[in-house]
Design a protein around this ligand. Structure first.
Ligand SMILES: CC(C)(COP(=O)(O)OP(=O)(O)OC[C@H]1O[C@@H](n2cnc3c(N)ncnc32)[C@H](O)[C@@H]1OP(=O)(O)O)[C@@H](O)C(=O)NCCC(=O)NCCS
Length: 163
């Protein structure tokens, strides 16, 4: 089985068949993701397997964002300009219930980081930002180095460093 992470294609991918157990996230994929792509609000990427290319195993959505300097830890502010820094928001990230605990969440997150680092060839990005929907999601992101934004409850950031 070969896995791939590609941009969501409404004509190819079975959006209605996706179930991650969270109705808001299911609905996003089903009804909003394509509209958001057309309007330049977010771009969604889906994890699929070559044998069943229509079946969505997981997805994430990216949008441009800005992060106030005060949200960053002192150490992460070093050398940055004194105005909001460019960031990319992972608006949604989910794995279908049937595909959990197989490393797909980690795979999607790694792919998002790589994609955003590659985008540095075209525009500046300092950090990834995410709004964890609950304490469990927060633990998931913290595991990969995300840090809580100062003054925020569930907003986390991942500094992308130099390079
Ligand atoms: C969070 C989520 C994406 C993880 O997907 P997954 O494919 O099951 O995760 P992985 O198999 O890649 O697991 C990666 C690591 O995260 C841990 N992990 C998995 N789900 C987790 C969760 N809900 N909370 C905390 N840690 C979690 C795993 O134990 C694993 O760590 P380990 O290697 O030390 O065991 C998935 O549970 C999900 O879609 N949840 C509903 C939507 C959601 O909460 N999205 C995130 C915020 S919007």
């Amino acid at each position: 089985m070969a896995l791939g992470i590609v941009e969501l294609n409404g004509r190819l991918h079975d959006r209605a068949g996706f179930d991650c157990g969270n109705e808001a996230l299911n609905r996003y994929l089903r009804s909003l993701a394509t509209q958001h792509r057309l309007k330049g609000i977010a771009t969604t990427f889906v994890l699929v397997e070559s044998d069943e290319p229509a079946r969505v195993l997981g997805f994430y959505a990216l949008s441009a964002a800005a992060l106030a300097l005060e949200n960053l830890a002192q150490a992460d502010r070093k050398g940055l300009p004194a105005y909001p820094v460019p960031a990319v928001r992972i608006g949604r990230l989910a794995v279908s219930l049937a595909a959990r605990q197989r490393g797909f969440g980690e795979l999607l997150l790694q792919n998002a980081v790589r994609r955003v680092l590659a985008a540095r060839g075209a525009l500046g990005v300092c950090a990834l930002v995410v709004e964890a929907k609950d304490a469990t999601a927060e633990r998931f992101y913290r595991k990969y180095g995300f840090r809580l934004c100062a003054g925020e409850v569930r907003q986390l950031y991942l500094p992308l460093g130099v390079g």
